[in-house]
Ligand binder design. Structure first.
Ligand SMILES: C[S@@+](CC[C@H](N)C(=O)[O-])C[C@H]1O[C@@H](n2cnc3c(N)ncnc32)[C@H](O)[C@@H]1O
Length: 201
């Protein structure tokens, strides 16, 4: 049975393993500003919220997740993966940890993200591929985060002008507290050019 923990900041309940489906407009925004090379790997695919938008865009997606949420293959720990699935050329996900994640009480949020991004970048470089990660915009500015982000072939930072609503609570629904951005790395980018910054709807 899924464990439910209190969120001390927002007052909402958290689902186990940080399962928060990404609204479709967020992925549509990525696709407006990044040309992905498919097939695409979604390594924390949840119920396929990101994957289905990419598929509708015409690219094949391989979905895996630690837990089966109704899409793709469950029981696959991202940290145990040493390479992209065969044939995949891009990785796209909204990782766990981004919305509070492990260590919600202020201990491991940043550490969890750093570990995730480090591993994702290693696998991307190994595949000579592309990587798009949805992260909290504020998180990108920290010393360790920014050093890590710029250590890879960063192509674009796509800041979302709208805040993401993670929970539908009917008439009581509020936008989230945080602004988010897609970070996009591409091993085949022209490295003589600086990364782009895009403010996107
Ligand atoms: C924030 S949700 C995002 C789901 C999906 N990417 C989306 O944006 O709609 C994070 C997902 O990461 C999965 N997850 C957590 N730890 C994982 C791990 N070590 N390896 C693979 N997936 C993991 C959770 O089960 C959950 O589905």
């Amino acid at each position: 049975m899924n464990e439910v923990r209190p969120i001390h900041i927002s007052g909402y309940s958290r689902t186990d393993h940080d399962f928060y489906p990404t609204p479709s407009w967020v992925t549509a925004s990525l696709l407006k500003h990044a040309t992905l090379r498919g097939p695409v790997w979604e390594p924390c695919c949840g119920d396929g919220a990101i994957a289905r938008v990419i598929e509708q865009h015409g690219l094949a997606v391989v979905g895996t997740d630690l837990v089966h949420h109704g899409y793709g293959k469950g029981g696959v720990d991202f940290f145990a993966c040493n390479e992209f699935p065969a044939g995949c050329r891009a990785m796209v996900t909204n990782p766990p940890y981004g919305e509070g994640g492990v260590g919600q009480r202020g201990t491991n949020i940043s550490k969890g993200m750093l570990r995730f991004v480090r591993h994702a970048l290693e696998l991307t470089e190994r595949a000579n591929g592309q990587l798009a990660l949805l992260v909290r915009y504020q998180w990108t500015a920290g010393r360790r985060a920014s050093d890590l982000i710029t250590s890879g072939p960063l192509d674009a930072v796509m800041a979302l002008k709208r805040r993401i609503t993670w929970f539908d609570r009917g008439k009581d629904t509020n936008a989230g507290q945080h602004h988010h951005a897609w970070l996009f790395w591409d091993c085949q980018r022209d490295r003589s050019l600086p990364p782009r910054i895009v403010f996107s709807d």
